[in-house]
Design a protein around this ligand. Structure first.
Ligand SMILES: NC(=O)c1ccc[n+]([C@@H]2O[C@H](COP(=O)([O-])OP(=O)(O)OC[C@H]3O[C@@H](n4cnc5c(N)ncnc54)[C@H](OP(=O)(O)O)[C@@H]3O)[C@@H](O)[C@H]2O)c1
Length: 271
């Protein structure tokens, strides 16, 4: 299977976090490739907006499911919905994500539970429930969206990077284990993308990074192409690769105090 013959042979793709940003771009890209879509987020209005935009542009059929992935039991409901409607998912894209600031992390334990449930528990259950069905059918693709933050210390959040590191480690294990069943698992580790992610989560982004943000459409195209090629991992764009290279070198334990001081003094100057 590859991206080209997939266009002649439509597959069923389930995309989480499809109501905005990168997930929306991935959904639209898959629709242009001719695939049938199941879109998930907890924002019904935005999901229907994306559905209408896709259906007005392409012939693809779009089903929307309003689900809160902070609650891991929603994964069984998604799987049962697909079983009962006989939608055999061939492509799973785990894109839903959130960033919790350190201030909130230290004061709101529920925010910690939510980020772990979203990035770890729900994502893992989605991989195993749909991935097991794919291994039985001997075909399938999974694209897990991690981040370059998986590999360096970020004083802005103590849980975002570690949970994204789990996504990278899980994807590597599944990639190796399920390859022999013709199920390709790819991990995308993007650098900064131009979406509402930072504003919505009140994250300060230094100007040097802001100028190098990648568009969500380019990121989606690179991520999906890597998935259809069966790559283990992809960091889209030259700036994403440079951010990853330098941040891995700089943001490490020995320099944490300096990084933290620099980051917060830049952030406070911005206010
Ligand atoms: N932007 C970047 O620079 C960047 C860099 C590296 C990696 N990433 C990753 O890329 C992914 C997409 O981020 P984005 O930049 O496109 O930001 P975004 O526009 O804020 O998208 C986040 C998506 O996740 C969904 N989501 C959040 N909590 C959810 C929940 N409890 N249940 C179901 N869906 C939920 C949101 O849906 P609702 O509408 O329901 O909230 C939204 O569709 C994330 O995993 C993020 O970590 C982003």
């Amino acid at each position: 299977m590859n991206a080209r013959n997939d266009t002649c042979n439509p597959l069923v793709a389930l995309v989480t976090g499809a109501s905005s940003g990168l997930g929306e771009s991935i959904a639209k890209n898959l629709a242009r490739r001719g695939h049938r879509l199941i879109l998930i987020s907890e924002n019904r209005t935005e999901l229907f907006r994306v559905k209408h935009e896709i259906e007005s542009e392409c012939l693809s059929s779009v089903t929307v499911l309003e689900m809160d992935l902070f609650d891991p039991s929603s994964v069984e409901r998604i799987f049962e919905f697909c079983e009962s409607t006989q939608l055999a998912v061939d492509i799973l894209v785990n894109c839903a994500g959130m960033f919790v600031n350190i201030d909130r992390e230290m004061n709101d334990i529920v925010s910690i539970e939510n980020v772990v449930n979203l990035h770890v528990t729900s994502l893992t259950k989605l991989c195993f429930l749909f991935g097991r069905a794919m291994t039985d059918r001997k075909r399938g693709y999974i694209l897990n969206v991690s981040s370059i933050n998986a590999e360096f210390l970020d004083p802005a959040s103590l849980t975002y990077g570690p949970t994204k590191r789990y996504i990278l480690a899980l994807s590597e294990a599944l990639h190796c284990e399920w390859k022999e069943h013709n199920v390709r698992v790819t991990c995308m580790t993007p650098g900064g993308i131009r979406t509402n992610f930072f504003a919505a989560n009140r994250v300060y982004i230094p100007p040097v990074i802001q100028y190098t943000l990648l568009s969500s459409d380019s990121c989606a195209e690179i991520g999906l192409s890597a998935m259809f090629r069966g790559s283990l991992r992809v960091t889209p764009g030259i700036y994403g690769k440079l951010q990853s290279f330098f941040l891995k070198k700089i943001a490490r334990p020995a320099l944490y105090a300096l990084i933290k001081k620099t980051y917060f003094s830049m952030k406070n100057r911005q206010k």
